[in-house]
Design a protein around this ligand. Structure first.
Ligand SMILES: NC(=O)c1ccc[n+]([C@@H]2O[C@H](COP(=O)([O-])OP(=O)(O)OC[C@H]3O[C@@H](n4cnc5c(N)ncnc54)[C@H](OP(=O)(O)O)[C@@H]3O)[C@@H](O)[C@H]2O)c1
Length: 266
């Protein structure tokens, strides 16, 4: 029988990287955790990282690009626990390619995972979050704050996610629902090994990262702050926030110049 005192957290992208790390931290804090990803076998491997036998996560496989599967994920969560207090939307895929080399079906697929995956989830879970005055937190990226060459599609999916959640936040604040968006730079997770090219296939030899790769631990401090303190947003690394504020003052000219140099588009 579920304990009504226990908080229930549903985490997409819970089999790897940022989602899995957040799930383990929340489980240690006493949350009942549901982890989701496409593959049950990946979820079973992830489950081994939860050592406490009384705090085992529930595994619910679902592909977030499929609306019916996302609906089912929310329904199964409610069937099992009767409520949900926190949703952390961390499922995502990455793509690096010049726009001209990006195929339409690969673009549409990425948008379905990164943008529609979050849209379907909040659509189906919002009525339940209103009942608990809960939280919906999503993983975005610095490329969802500022145009970056070769990240046009990935960035567009994160810009769209930001716009969607910023608008919903205004509508649901009076219901006590918290909406948080976390925009990070490059973080050391398995995402690096599965970055897609413009044809939608995993890049065998991805180009070197244009920016510093931050340790997961550092990023998680920010992620957990947004979740636990119900913050509206976070930028990681923090020093980027004033640069993003300065960027539009000169119409983005300095930022564009810097990025052209960095990516070889002078
Ligand atoms: N790491 C970074 O540098 C970075 C930077 C900025 C933003 N982010 C964002 O942070 C989030 C987490 O990334 P991460 O670095 O932790 O990546 P990761 O280690 O590759 O984890 C991605 C997770 O998403 C799941 N997933 C992928 N496609 C899915 C789909 N169609 N349906 C359901 N689940 C799916 C994966 O599980 P399965 O493969 O088993 O489905 C996995 O659990 C993503 O939204 C990413 O865009 C990451």
């Amino acid at each position: 029988m579920p304990n009504p005192e226990e908080k229930v957290a549903l985490i997409t992208g819970g089999s790897s990287g940022i989602g899995l790390d957040a799930a383990k931290r929340l489980s240690k804090m006493g949350y009942q955790v549901i982890i989701s990803g496409r593959s049950l076998s990946n979820l079973e491997i992830a489950k081994k990282e939860f050592p406490d036998p009384v705090r085992q996560p529930l595994l619910i496989p679902a592909d977030v690009s499929d609306e019916q599967q996302v609906k089912g994920l929310v329904e199964k969560t409610i069937e099992n626990f009767g409520k949900v207090d926190l949703v952390f939307a961390a499922a995502g895929i990455s793509m690096r390619a010049p726009f001209v080399d990006s195929k339409i079906d690969a673009i549409e697929h990425l948008m379905r995972v990164n943008f529609f995956g979050v849209l379907y989830l909040i659509h189906h879970v919002l009525p339940w979050l209103k009942k608990t005055r809960g939280s919906f937190v999503a993983m975005s990226s610095l490329t969802g704050k500022r145009g970056v060459p070769e990240y046009s599609i990935y960035g567009a999916s994160k810009f769209a996610l930001q716009g969607l959640l910023d608008s919903i936040r205004i509508e649901v604040e009076r219901d006590g629902v918290h909406i948080g968006v976390i925009s990070t730079g490059f973080v050391d997770t398995p995402l690096r090994n599965r970055i897609l090219g413009g044809d939608g296939k995993v890049l065998e030899n991805p180009p070197p990262l244009p920016f510093k790769l931050w340790p997961l631990e550092k990023c998680m401090e920010i992620v957990m702050q947004v979740i636990l303190k119900r913050q509206r947003d976070a930028i990681f690394p923090r020093f980027i926030r004033p640069l993003l504020g300065f960027d539009p003052i000169n119409h983005g000219k300095m930022g564009d110049r810097y990025l052209k140099r960095k990516f070889g588009y002078q």
